[in-house]
Write a protein that binds this ligand. Structure first.
Ligand SMILES: *Cc1c(COP(=O)(O)O)cnc(C)c1O
Length: 397
């Protein structure tokens, strides 16, 4: 069996169709989209077309897409950009306790600059409390930043209700949708989203390219009413994000978006089936295992399981030795020894938070791979529990 990659939430392999487009664009579309000559205008045309394709994946107007170098940069631009633009109006931001570091650390940075941030707690399935959100809004609130779907536990937040509340109080609403774009249907109009971050490498596109959907508040200069740039340079991207456009990567991003849109309905059904097979089989076959995150308001490709008395790191390493790639949670925290802030936020104790395994599926995951994983995971847990002092102590009681 070829290596079984079950870590699509960390990053996805590029789709071969995207690689083909990427190669073609790199070879043939090398112009600077700001140049007046033919080669530049060809790049500018590709840029327009790509913008339209990506916008249509989230139901946005073409010109409201601002390309960035990553999901992280999009999150920074949204949060710092709104904070700087509206600091005279207020200094309060509402976010959650389970955000990706790209949002969490940016909010913490702003706290050092004098901003006040409310980190909404979540329930034990990872959902925020809408009543608490509404109660947290003050006259000073300038931004609500709540992720669309969590990267560790897969919980999908009640985005439509959050958008409705943000609109009611006229507060700008940003959502980090990096895990959701291309996986589940999103329409920024229906959901009242003002700013939305996405990243190509989470939907079978290249790494190092992302975007921030930025609602136009009114007229030609409307994008500048919602945020300020965080980098300074040329006038690219409506004066909000300078630097020469990475046209080949953006065209590849667009190809990835087009494929995702076309294949989404079937892919949701297919992945959900595999996801639920894994959850059901493991909970049935392995004692003292449990599901983290929401059972139904959940990304079709995310599984996060807790196994008592064992370390998540050890499970990941054992599975790797068997040719299976998984994760303990976020790729960013996998090198630190602190338990995941997301698992603590859903109420796990630090010890249990260390015993979790994230399995994330994708377009190239087959039933055969799922069965291979399901065959090996009980063996790994059994072996690790046998050598676990904790397990021994409890079972000897
Ligand atoms: C991966 C991820 C990011 C960061 O995107 P990059 O393009 O890797 O910078 C941000 N938020 C979430 C929820 C993610 O999963």
């Amino acid at each position: 069996m070829k290596y079984v990659y079950l870590d699509y939430a960390a990053t996805t392999p590029m789709d071969p169709r995207v690689i083909e487009e990427f190669g073609l664009q790199m070879r043939e579309n090398y112009g600077n989209s700001s140049s007046l000559h033919d080669i530049g205008q060809k790049a500018a045309k590709t840029l327009l077309k790509s913008r339209r394709t990506i916008a249509s994946l989230i139901g946005a107007p073409r010109d409201d897409i601002i390309f960035t170098s990553s999901g992280t940069e999009a999150d920074n631009l949204a949060i710092l950009g709104v904070a700087n633009k509206h600091k005279k109006r207020g200094n309060h931001i509402i976010s959650t306790a389970i955000e990706h570091h790209a949002v969490e650390k940016t909010c913490e940075f702003l706290e050092k600059q004098g901003f006040k941030v409310t980190y909404l707690p979540v329930d034990n399935q990872g959902l925020i409390d809408l009543k608490l959100l509404e109660e947290s809004i003050t006259d000073n609130t300038i931004l609500i930043s709540i992720m669309f779907a969590n990267n560790e536990i897969g919980t999908i937040e009640p985005i439509r209700d959050i958008g409705r509340i943000a609109k009611k109080y006229d507060v700008i609403f940003h959502t980090d949708a990096v895990q959701a774009v291309g996986k589940i249907p999103i329409n920024v109009e229906e959901l009242h989203i003002d700013l939305l971050s996405a990243s190509a490498h989470k939907l079978y596109g290249p790494k190092g390219v992302g975007m921030l959907y930025t609602r136009n508040k009114g007229n030609r200069e409307g994008w500048g009413k919602i945020l300020e740039p965080i980098m300074h340079g040329g006038g690219h991207e409506r004066d909000l994000r300078p630097s020469t456009m990475n046209v080949p990567a953006i065209a590849a991003f667009a190809k990835a978006a087009e494929i995702a849109k076309n294949e989404m309905p079937e892919e949701i059904v297919r992945e959900t089936k595999l996801r639920d097979k894994i959850i059901k089989t493991i909970l049935h076959n392995i004692d003292e295992s449990y599901l983290n995150g929401h059972p139904t308001s959940r990304l079709p490709n995310n599984i996060n399981l807790g196994f008592k008395y064992v370390e998540g790191e050890s499970i990941v390493l054992d599975l790797d030795a068997m040719g299976i790639g998984t994760s303990t949670g976020s790729a960013c925290s996998s090198k630190s020894l602190d338990p995941s802030h997301v698992l603590l936020a859903i109420g796990l104790n630090p010890q249990d938070a260390h015993g979790s395994l994230r399995v994330s599926l994708g377009r190239f995951t087959t039933e055969e791979e799922v069965d291979y994983f399901l065959k090996h995971i009980p063996l790994v847990i059994k072996r690790l529990r046998k050598i676990s002092p904790l397990y021994k102590k409890i079972k000897e009681k």
